[in-house]
Design a protein around this ligand. Sequence first.
Ligand SMILES: [Zn+2]
Length: 107
Amino acid sequence: MSKQIQKTWCFASSSSNTEYETLQYTDNSTSCNCPGWTRRVDANGNRSCKHTRLVDMGRADIIALSCHEYGSHSQLAPRPPAPAPKGKTTAPPAPPARLGARKLLLD
Ligand SMILES: [Zn+2]
């Protein structure tokens, strides 16, 4: 299964009108779709760019155009509690058995 995204940031490119999206996964690894991140690979095979470094420094929130956090509590829209099943349970209660018994006697 693919990694879970923890948070995303949207950064404006300094050189064009493009916006780059930087992702942070729940294992704290990061990824970015800017050319810097795509091209740069260090000796350990790790990639980084100015955006992922801002994330690592905790400054991404200040500089990013926007960010979105995928907390474990808000990963999906919270589901409302299931409503109680309706239908037959709302039917009027059966008449008292004694009434039916008397009726049988009258017949
Ligand atoms: Zn980047």
